[in-house]
Design a protein around this ligand. Structure first.
Ligand SMILES: CC[C@@H](C(=O)O)C(=O)SCCNC(=O)CCNC(=O)[C@H](O)C(C)(C)COP(=O)(O)OP(=O)(O)OC[C@H]1O[C@@H](n2cnc3c(N)ncnc32)[C@H](O)[C@@H]1OP(=O)(O)O
Ligand code: CO
Length: 134
Protein backbone atom coordinates (compact mmCIF):
# COMPACT_ATOMS: atom_id res chain seq x y z
CA UNK A 1 0.00 0.00 0.00
CA UNK A 2 2.69 2.56 0.91
CA UNK A 3 4.88 3.85 -1.87
CA UNK A 4 7.84 6.21 -1.96
CA UNK A 5 9.34 7.96 1.04
CA UNK A 6 8.11 11.53 0.50
CA UNK A 7 10.00 13.19 3.35
CA UNK A 8 11.71 12.87 6.69
CA UNK A 9 10.74 15.71 9.05
CA UNK A 10 13.15 17.15 11.61
CA UNK A 11 11.90 19.48 14.35
CA UNK A 12 14.50 22.20 14.95
CA UNK A 13 14.96 24.86 17.65
CA UNK A 14 16.32 27.44 15.16
CA UNK A 15 14.91 27.22 11.63
CA UNK A 16 17.28 29.67 9.93
CA UNK A 17 20.34 28.11 11.57
CA UNK A 18 19.27 24.64 10.45
CA UNK A 19 18.59 25.88 6.90
CA UNK A 20 21.98 27.60 6.78
CA UNK A 21 23.71 24.40 7.89
CA UNK A 22 22.00 22.31 5.18
CA UNK A 23 22.74 24.99 2.56
CA UNK A 24 26.33 25.64 3.62
CA UNK A 25 27.95 22.65 5.34
CA UNK A 26 25.87 20.02 3.52
CA UNK A 27 25.54 21.86 0.18
CA UNK A 28 21.84 21.01 -0.16
CA UNK A 29 19.04 22.56 -2.23
CA UNK A 30 17.14 24.48 0.49
CA UNK A 31 13.73 26.04 -0.20
CA UNK A 32 12.05 29.05 1.44
CA UNK A 33 10.36 29.14 4.85
CA UNK A 34 6.61 28.55 4.47
CA UNK A 35 4.07 29.16 7.23
CA UNK A 36 1.46 26.40 7.51
CA UNK A 37 -1.08 27.88 9.95
CA UNK A 38 -3.52 24.96 9.54
CA UNK A 39 -0.77 22.69 10.84
CA UNK A 40 0.82 24.96 13.45
CA UNK A 41 4.27 24.82 11.89
CA UNK A 42 6.66 26.73 9.65
CA UNK A 43 8.44 24.43 7.21
CA UNK A 44 11.49 24.52 4.97
CA UNK A 45 11.85 21.74 2.41
CA UNK A 46 15.26 20.49 1.36
CA UNK A 47 15.26 18.59 -1.92
CA UNK A 48 17.58 15.59 -2.14
CA UNK A 49 18.00 13.36 -5.21
CA UNK A 50 15.81 10.60 -3.75
CA UNK A 51 13.56 12.29 -1.16
CA UNK A 52 13.03 15.48 0.84
CA UNK A 53 13.87 16.72 4.32
CA UNK A 54 11.22 18.85 6.03
CA UNK A 55 12.58 21.20 8.69
CA UNK A 56 9.81 22.02 11.20
CA UNK A 57 9.48 24.92 13.59
CA UNK A 58 6.44 25.71 15.81
CA UNK A 59 3.92 28.30 14.61
CA UNK A 60 1.27 29.70 16.96
CA UNK A 61 0.23 28.83 20.51
CA UNK A 62 -1.04 25.29 19.87
CA UNK A 63 1.66 23.81 17.69
CA UNK A 64 1.61 19.97 17.58
CA UNK A 65 5.41 19.99 17.70
CA UNK A 66 5.77 22.21 20.81
CA UNK A 67 5.81 19.33 23.31
CA UNK A 68 8.23 17.35 21.13
CA UNK A 69 10.70 20.26 21.15
CA UNK A 70 10.30 20.67 24.91
CA UNK A 71 11.29 17.02 25.31
CA UNK A 72 14.01 17.28 22.63
CA UNK A 73 15.41 20.81 22.95
CA UNK A 74 18.22 20.15 20.46
CA UNK A 75 15.64 18.96 17.90
CA UNK A 76 15.18 15.51 16.40
CA UNK A 77 13.48 13.37 13.78
CA UNK A 78 9.76 14.08 14.20
CA UNK A 79 8.02 12.01 11.49
CA UNK A 80 8.40 10.17 8.23
CA UNK A 81 6.00 10.59 5.31
CA UNK A 82 5.02 7.79 2.94
CA UNK A 83 3.11 8.28 -0.28
CA UNK A 84 -0.16 6.44 -0.93
CA UNK A 85 -2.41 6.38 -4.00
CA UNK A 86 -5.73 6.42 -2.16
CA UNK A 87 -5.73 8.06 1.28
CA UNK A 88 -9.32 7.17 2.33
CA UNK A 89 -8.67 3.52 1.41
CA UNK A 90 -5.37 3.58 3.34
CA UNK A 91 -7.11 5.15 6.36
CA UNK A 92 -9.85 2.52 6.36
CA UNK A 93 -7.37 -0.33 6.03
CA UNK A 94 -5.23 1.04 8.88
CA UNK A 95 -8.22 1.64 11.14
CA UNK A 96 -9.40 -1.93 10.50
CA UNK A 97 -5.91 -3.16 11.49
CA UNK A 98 -6.25 -1.35 14.85
CA UNK A 99 -3.93 1.58 14.12
CA UNK A 100 -4.99 5.00 15.40
CA UNK A 101 -5.44 7.72 12.80
CA UNK A 102 -4.89 11.09 14.49
CA UNK A 103 -7.62 13.73 14.56
CA UNK A 104 -11.08 12.83 13.29
CA UNK A 105 -9.75 10.89 10.30
CA UNK A 106 -10.56 13.64 7.82
CA UNK A 107 -7.49 14.39 5.65
CA UNK A 108 -6.04 17.92 5.79
CA UNK A 109 -4.24 19.58 2.92
CA UNK A 110 -0.50 19.34 3.57
CA UNK A 111 2.47 21.44 2.57
CA UNK A 112 2.48 20.09 -1.01
CA UNK A 113 -1.21 20.91 -1.56
CA UNK A 114 -2.11 17.20 -1.24
CA UNK A 115 -4.25 15.44 1.40
CA UNK A 116 -2.39 14.11 4.44
CA UNK A 117 -3.15 12.08 7.59
CA UNK A 118 -1.04 11.11 10.61
CA UNK A 119 -0.80 7.77 12.46
CA UNK A 120 -0.10 7.52 16.19
CA UNK A 121 3.61 6.91 16.93
CA UNK A 122 2.79 4.32 19.61
CA UNK A 123 1.22 2.14 16.89
CA UNK A 124 4.29 2.31 14.61
CA UNK A 125 7.32 1.42 16.70
CA UNK A 126 7.62 4.87 18.25
CA UNK A 127 7.58 6.66 14.89
CA UNK A 128 4.99 9.26 13.91
CA UNK A 129 3.89 8.40 10.35
CA UNK A 130 2.39 10.85 7.85
CA UNK A 131 0.60 9.56 4.75
CA UNK A 132 0.34 11.81 1.71
CA UNK A 133 -1.90 11.07 -1.25
CA UNK A 134 -0.01 11.61 -4.50
C1 LIG B 1 3.27 21.00 7.05
C2 LIG B 1 2.13 20.04 6.95
C3 LIG B 1 2.50 18.58 7.06
C4 LIG B 1 3.21 18.13 5.80
O1 LIG B 1 2.57 18.32 4.72
O2 LIG B 1 4.32 17.62 5.80
C5 LIG B 1 3.27 18.26 8.32
O3 LIG B 1 4.23 17.56 8.37
S1 LIG B 1 2.62 18.95 9.77
C6 LIG B 1 3.69 18.35 11.07
C7 LIG B 1 3.12 18.64 12.40
N1 LIG B 1 1.85 17.99 12.61
C8 LIG B 1 1.69 16.88 13.35
O4 LIG B 1 2.63 16.33 13.91
C9 LIG B 1 0.27 16.35 13.44
C10 LIG B 1 0.18 15.01 14.13
N2 LIG B 1 0.76 15.05 15.47
C11 LIG B 1 -0.01 15.02 16.59
O5 LIG B 1 -1.23 14.96 16.53
C12 LIG B 1 0.72 15.12 17.91
O6 LIG B 1 1.98 15.70 17.72
C13 LIG B 1 0.91 13.70 18.56
C14 LIG B 1 1.73 12.76 17.68
C15 LIG B 1 -0.46 13.09 18.88
C16 LIG B 1 1.68 13.89 19.86
O7 LIG B 1 0.94 14.74 20.68
P1 LIG B 1 1.67 15.55 21.87
O8 LIG B 1 0.57 16.25 22.59
O9 LIG B 1 2.80 16.33 21.34
O10 LIG B 1 2.35 14.48 22.74
P2 LIG B 1 1.75 13.35 23.67
O11 LIG B 1 2.23 13.57 25.04
O12 LIG B 1 0.26 13.19 23.49
O13 LIG B 1 2.48 12.10 23.08
C17 LIG B 1 2.06 10.80 23.37
C18 LIG B 1 3.27 9.89 23.30
O14 LIG B 1 3.79 9.89 21.97
C19 LIG B 1 5.16 10.32 21.98
N3 LIG B 1 5.40 11.16 20.81
C20 LIG B 1 4.87 12.37 20.59
N4 LIG B 1 5.30 12.86 19.43
C21 LIG B 1 6.13 11.92 18.91
C22 LIG B 1 6.89 11.86 17.70
N5 LIG B 1 6.88 12.87 16.83
N6 LIG B 1 7.62 10.76 17.47
C23 LIG B 1 7.64 9.71 18.36
N7 LIG B 1 6.93 9.72 19.54
C24 LIG B 1 6.20 10.83 19.78
C25 LIG B 1 5.31 11.11 23.27
O15 LIG B 1 6.67 11.12 23.67
C26 LIG B 1 4.42 10.34 24.20
O16 LIG B 1 5.09 9.17 24.64
P3 LIG B 1 5.25 8.83 26.20
O17 LIG B 1 6.08 9.94 26.77
O18 LIG B 1 5.92 7.49 26.22
O19 LIG B 1 3.84 8.80 26.74
CO1 CO C 1 5.41 16.29 7.06
Amino acid sequence: MIGRLNHVAIAVPDLEAAAAQYRGALGADVGPALDQPDHGVTVIFITLPNTKIELLYPLGDASPIAKFLEKNPAGGIHHICYEVDDLPAARDRLTASGARVLGDGTPKIGAHGKPVLFLHPKDFNGTLVELEEV
